[in-house]
Write a protein that binds this ligand. Structure first.
Ligand code: B12
Ligand code: SF4
Ligand code: SF4
Length: 255
């Protein structure tokens, strides 16, 4: 069964796949998998190699590659979930690649389900100095999508290898100092730089509008700043930094 599932997923064009026992998924800050599927037994994790467009000096081109990948990941994860249901009568829950994201201020920027911890449990890589998962072949340039199921699946082997070269390039190339402390991403520093038109910027903008005279309000609503905020809200997530992803040398050139 594991081989048939793997073949189906790879035939979709997905780059790699791993299986984890539900009990081996361990992300202390996120929720237990039973929250999503009470009789969860396994997690199927799909790995998608990021396009080299992440290196583009144009943020819109780099983001577009990310959005293409996200659209493909959503489709591949849906088709895999349908396959598990129709072929094996499985129960399935496909977990968010990024969005939807449950907003809870008692645990800011922590998702209900951690794709990174699922990927590590499924033998698809190890955490690097940048707190991202490094895949043995694709390095850091990889995104993940997971499906929780009640099927019993034999777990993929975990090499236990540390794929990080400890070269420090990710830390040096982070423009906001978000990676200065080992083992922790300073979320606020990262967000300010990687999503400068996020919620905080939106609140600041509308606070200014509310306190402004009519002429100032008009100027604010006609500004580039407002147009950028609107675009970001429309896209859901406007990433403008890929530095830790693109500066990591592991796997680059091995495509
Ligand atoms: C919210 C979110 C963010 C937030 C903050 C997340 C956070 N708390 O770390 C912000 C906006 C800052 C962000 C930024 C980025 N993100 Co993001 N993000 C997510 C999301 C939606 C949830 C992450 C989450 O809940 N984390 C909270 C939990 C898991 O964190 P934690 O338990 O505290 O673990 C942290 C530390 O303890 C440490 N850690 C935990 N265990 C271990 C073990 C070891 C050995 C080490 C060294 C460290 C370590 O690493 C974690 C990061 O701080 C996930 C998708 C998902 N649902 O998983 C994508 C995701 C993590 N993001 C991703 C990416 C690529 C990025 C960016 C590069 C942006 C971009 N341009 O694409 C940056 C990288 C920032 C970085 N270097 O950490 C990818 C990572 C892929 C990969 N190869 O690992 C994910 C998995 C999306 C996906 N579906 O593939 N992200
Ligand atoms: S996405 Fe940019 S700002 Fe955020 S941790 Fe990576 S390099 Fe730093
Ligand atoms: S850039 Fe270097 S230190 Fe950072 S994760 Fe990659 S190999 Fe590790």
């Amino acid at each position: 069964m594991e081989q048939a599932i793997r073949d189906f997923i790879l035939d979709l064009g997905v780059d790699d796949v791993g299986f984890a026992r539900a009990g081996d998924y361990n992300s202390p800050k996120s929720d237990p998998v039973a929250k999503f599927l009470p009789d969860a037994k396994a997690i199927v994790v799909l790995a998608f190699r990021a396009l080299s467009s992440c290196e583009s000096p144009s943020w819109s081109a780099a983001l577009n590659g990310y959005m293409d990948l996200a659209a493909f990941a959503r489709s591949a994860s849906y088709r895999t979930a349908r396959f598990l249901e129709s072929r094996y009568g499985a129960k399935v829950v496909s977990m968010p690649h990024t969005f939807p994201f449950e907003i809870r201020y008692d645990r800011r920027a922590v998702a209900e389900f951690s794709q990174r911890h699922a990927a590590v449990a499924a033998g698809l890589g190890s955490f690097g100095r940048h707190n991202l998962v490094i895949h043995p072949r694709f390095g850091t340039r990889v995104k993940f999508a997971s499906i929780v199921t009640d099927l019993e699946l034999a777990p993929s082997p975990r090499s236990g290898e540390d794929y990080c070269l400890h070269c420090g390039l990710c830390v040096q190339n982070c423009p906001s100092g978000a990676l200065d402390e080992a083992g922790r991403t300073d979320v606020m520093k990262c967000m300010k730089h990687s999503q400068p038109y996020g919620l905080g910027a939106d609140i600041a903008f509308w606070t200014e509008v509310a306190g402004g005279a009519p002429a100032e309000q008009q100027a604010l609503l006609r500004s580039e700043r407002y147009a950028r905020l609107r675009l970001s809200a429309h896209l859901g997530n406007q990433y403008m930094c890929f530095n830790c992803l693109k500066s990591c040398p592991v796997g680059v050139g091995g495509r």
